[in-house]
Design a protein around this ligand. Structure first.
Ligand code: LAG
Ligand code: CA
Length: 598
């Protein structure tokens, strides 16, 4: 009667147990020469996902399988141009950041795939309604040293001999500068914009020919169907040059109109965010710090009405809970924080400010330099370590946009459109609920206890699926009663009326389950099984149990495990390492259990 662990789960367990067994038992977890042509303001009707370091084939698959069908309208991909290859680096060979050192503008070959694979990805994404945003490195080229790039082009710091692979364009010493030194005084705008960011050869963007090469690179991408750009280190390129480059690009085939652009600016008194607002959206790191910090601290009740972050209006701002830099160097709240992080991402998607970007990437543990999961060197391929295909069911990749709290929220945002926010409830510092007019209702619970809430709502009477997790809730006579899970959310929207299975569990309900499980510091316990509620054998999408100092080693939660449903307990640590119960699967209905190695 007991069956074997399903193949997929068994394979994941085998893979993931390896690193775990290796751990000790106590393992813790210029002057303006260019004409300033303003790019058109972009309406905030986009919901983006940054698929950091995902290879082209995997991004294409994600556009078709998940992003398009779930209403995510844009995907930010890692830089597609030829990059340096750094086989031996302090902190880790083939670091992720080698990709931010362009050797040429050829798309032919990177660690993420070939030009043909890149073009196919752009087409697949577009066919699925997903705009590809390219991370455009235009401020600089390489750092010190010399070598051969990922597509086979030789380089030295001030010598990039063949920018397009056809012998028509190059950069030499005079195309850089006029400052050839590293930025030292960050309070001097001239220096910040014209000297070298972390020692990277800074392009002389005052030179129209240099800007011409950059435009040629960007137009080549647009002609393939690329819909927009995240402009890397935009703050380090004088505004007038940004205006010329991004105000004079081709129109996007398929989508039409100018490419959408958001400029990476870490605003301060020397270079404010608003300096770049005339030329596209601007990354709002003030939002990032404040919103991520407040979710981390459980202090979210005041977030319905956001302050004036960096002076950027909603139309001008690109927002995020973290990005590939902050998650490494200023980790306020990241995937490593689990549910609270996903809750913050859901809030960002429900709240009508800015263009949101959800960040997904890979697990780097404690090593901020570590590159993406890789298949190593491939004979004849000059790109060095080649990135493996993404598999969201292992802990190696981080697929935050697929987390149950986040996955349905692009649809919520689309449904809510531009309807204003009306606050409906708070309860202490950690809880907040609001309407988006008559289009949506959302409640966020940044505490460790279930929030039983009855609130007024303008949502029409009816039963709605919870877009931020499982279950459904009913609105009647303009009131809604919901149970918002600890560190969870309930989000209901007019396009999410429940059509079948509405008798299913309300959010935060099910049958109580207790499990006695001894864990190492940093490990969490999940119930995983064959049903979608139990994550379809995907450990991180199972139901999380909780414990505290008083009840440990008893872990408890509410979970629906029907008769005949196969399930298991798993332990997951802060780095995403998964440890499964050994032996055969458990079979529902659930009774209280003890972790054993059957
Ligand atoms: C960015 N935004 O403005 C990117 O988001 C950020 O990730 C990039 O830095 C930076 N600008 C340049 O595009 C990353 C790493 C740096 C790395 C750089 C170039 O965070 O650490 O610098 O990419 O690869 C590395 C070394 C430095 C060295 C430099 C030049 O870490 O020590 O000075 O290369 O050789
Ligand atoms: Ca510069």
């Amino acid at each position: 009667m007991h069956r074997r662990t399903p193949l997929k789960a068994a394979a994941a367990a085998a893979l993931l147990l390896l690193p775990l067994t290796a751990l000790p038992a106590s393992a813790a977890p210029l002057p303006a020469s260019a004409e300033a042509t303003a790019a058109p303001t972009t309406p905030n009707d986009e919901t983006l996902v940054q698929l950091f370091q995902w290879n082209w084939d995997s991004v294409a698959a994600e556009c078709a399988d998940f992003l398009g069908p779930n209403g995510f309208s844009g995907v930010q991909v890692s830089p597609p141009q030829e990059h340096v290859v750094i086989p031996f680096a302090e902190g880790g060979d083939h670091p992720w950041w080698q990709d931010y050192q362009p050797v040429s503008y050829r798309l032919d070959n990177t660690r993420r795939g070939t030009a043909a694979e890149f073009a196919a990805m752009v087409a697949t994404c577009r066919d699925n309604g997903v705009r590809v945003y390219v991370d455009a490195v235009v401020n600089h080229m390489t750092g010190d040293g010399d070598g051969v790039g990922s597509a086979g082009t030789s380089w030295a710091k001030y010598d990039h001999p063949d920018l397009f692979g056809d012998g028509t364009a190059s950069y030499d010493h005079d195309d850089f500068g006029p400052c050839y030194e590293e930025i030292a005084n960050w309070n001097d705008k001239e220096e910040v914009q014209n000297c070298q960011l972390v020692g990277l050869a800074d392009l002389d963007t005052a030179d129209p020919q240099v800007r011409g090469h950059i435009k040629r690179y960007l137009n080549g991408l647009i002609d393939l169907g690329v819909g927009g750009f995240r402009v890397d280190a935009a703050k380090h390129v004088p505004e007038a040059h940004i205006a010329d480059i991004f105000g004079n690009l081709n129109t996007v085939p398929g989508f039409g109109g100018a490419p959408r652009v958001f400029h990476e600016v870490y605003g301060d008194a020397t270079v404010p965010y608003t300096a770049y607002a005339p030329y596209g959206e601007v990354t709002n790191f003030d939002y990032q710090r404040d919103v991520a910090g407040k979710f981390k601290d459980g202090n979210i009740a005041g977030l319905a009405r956001l302050p004036d972050y960096g002076g950027l209006t909603s139309e001008q701002a690109t927002v995020f809970i973290d990005n590939h830099d902050t998650q490494r160097y200023h980790p306020t709240l990241t995937y490593k924080d689990g549910d609270r992080y996903h809750l913050a991402a859901a809030f960002m998607l429900a709240h009508p400010y800015g263009t949101p970007v959800v960040t997904s990437g890979y697990d780097f543990g404690d090593n901020v330099t570590e590159g993406p999961p890789s298949i190593g060197n491939v004979e004849g391929n000059p790109a060095g370590w080649i990135t493996e295909d993404t598999d969201c069911s292992t802990g190696a990749w981080v697929c935050s946009h697929r987390h149950p709290t986040v996955a349905g929220m692009a649809a919520f945002r689309t449904s809510a459109g531009d309807t204003p926010l009306v606050q409906r409830a708070t309860d202490g510092d950690g809880r907040l609920a609001f309407d988006r007019g008559a289009r949506g209702f959302a409640a966020f619970n940044a505490t460790g206890d279930v929030w039983r809430l009855t609130a007024d709502t303008s949502l029409p009477d009816g039963t709605y699926d919870n877009a931020a997790g499982g279950g459904a809730a009913t609105v009647s006579d303009g009131r809604v009663t919901v149970q918002v899970p600890a560190d969870g959310a309930v989000a209901l929207h007019v396009d999410g009326e429940c059509e079948d299975d509405c008798g299913g569990p309300d959010p935060g309900t099910g049958d109580p389950l207790q499990a006695i499980v001894h864990t190492n510091w940093g490990q969490e316990v999940y119930v995983v099984g064959s049903t979608p509620e139990l994550g379809s054998w995907n450990p991180t999408q199972g139901v999380k149990l909780s414990t505290d100092a008083a009840t440990y080693p008893t872990w408890s939660g509410t979970v629906t495990i029907g008769a005949g449903t196969e399930w298991k307990l798993v332990k997951i640590d802060g780095s995403g390492n998964v440890e499964w119960e050994t032996g055969s699967n458990r079979i529902g209905p659930a009774t209280d259990v003890t972790w054993d190695q059957r």
